[in-house]
Ligand binder design. Structure first.
Ligand SMILES: Nc1ncnc2c1ncn2[C@@H]1O[C@H](COP(=O)(O)OP(=O)(O)O)[C@@H](O)[C@H]1O
Ligand SMILES: [Mg+2]
Length: 220
């Protein structure tokens, strides 16, 4: 499955969701292998909620989400957990690193759970090789963010869902991290859905959508 280069990774159809008010209705999105999709939109428009629905952390009021060609609503809990564990890489602000551990130990946990190895190259590329032995609590916000990205990529996910993954990074580092994501996607026939408020970063992606007036409007 990992080397099927043309397959559909995410197919979201006619998604609607309401919290206090209706956030969006009838939103559809397709992500194929090697696609990178950015979603921009005003604060509060529902970008994070949409990402939670795509990654099945949240069930939408209406619509369907397929991951790797499998309709998540008809999957057994066990298979859905397996897909989440093996194939989804979540870079969300709420996904904290283990604080009592060093950065490297955090990567080791990910590597062991996914039976993958830690790539030294990844650490160099992210500029965290020098601080990797330090405790998470000793790292800056930007360093922690890059360790989180290293941890997610160490899993070798097929789909990356990233919510403002470069929010704590300076422009240059953010752009380097974006290139790292693109390189990863190419090398692994993976795909990415990225939420960002930074239009420059968004337009580095293959496709760009704006979430506005409850709809996803294609900009690129
Ligand atoms: N779990 C929740 N319960 C109730 N309201 C929520 C919940 N999550 C988000 N919201 C509300 O939905 C709206 C959109 O939130 P969010 O998806 O985080 O937007 P964005 O990421 O575009 O800023 C906000 O008004 C927020 O308060
Ligand atoms: Mg958000």
């Amino acid at each position: 499955m990992r080397y099927n280069h043309s397959m559909n990774l995410l197919s979201a159809k006619n998604i609607s969701h309401t919290f206090e008010y209706e956030l969006f209705s009838d939103v559809s999105l397709e992500l194929d292998a090697r696609d990178s999709i950015a979603i921009i939109g005003a604060s509060g428009s529902g970008k994070s909620t949409l990402l939670h629905i795509f990654s099945t952390l949240l069930k939408a009021d209406k619509g369907s989400v397929s991951l790797l060609g499998e309709d998540t609503s008809s999957l057994k809990e066990k298979r859905l957990s397996q897909i989440k564990r093996e194939s989804l890489g979540l870079v969300f602000q709420s996904h904290y690193l283990f604080k009592g551990f060093s950065a490297y130990e955090n990567l080791e946990v990910a590597a062991i759970l996914s039976e993958q190895s830690i790539e030294e190259r990844l650490l160099d590329k992210l500029g965290i090789a020098a601080c990797i032995k330090q405790k998470v609590t000793e790292l800056s916000g930007g360093q922690q963010q890059r360790v989180s990205i290293a941890r997610v990529l160490t899993k070798k996910p097929r789909i990356i869902f990233a919510d403002e993954p470069t929010g704590n990074l300076d422009k240059k580092t953010a752009s380097e991290v974006m290139h790292l994501f693109f390189e990863y996607i190419e090398a692994n026939a993976a795909g990415m859905v990225l939420v960002t408020h930074d239009e420059t970063l968004a337009f580095m992606c293959k496709k760009v959508y704006r979430l506005e007036n409850k709809k996803l409007e294609m900009l690129k």
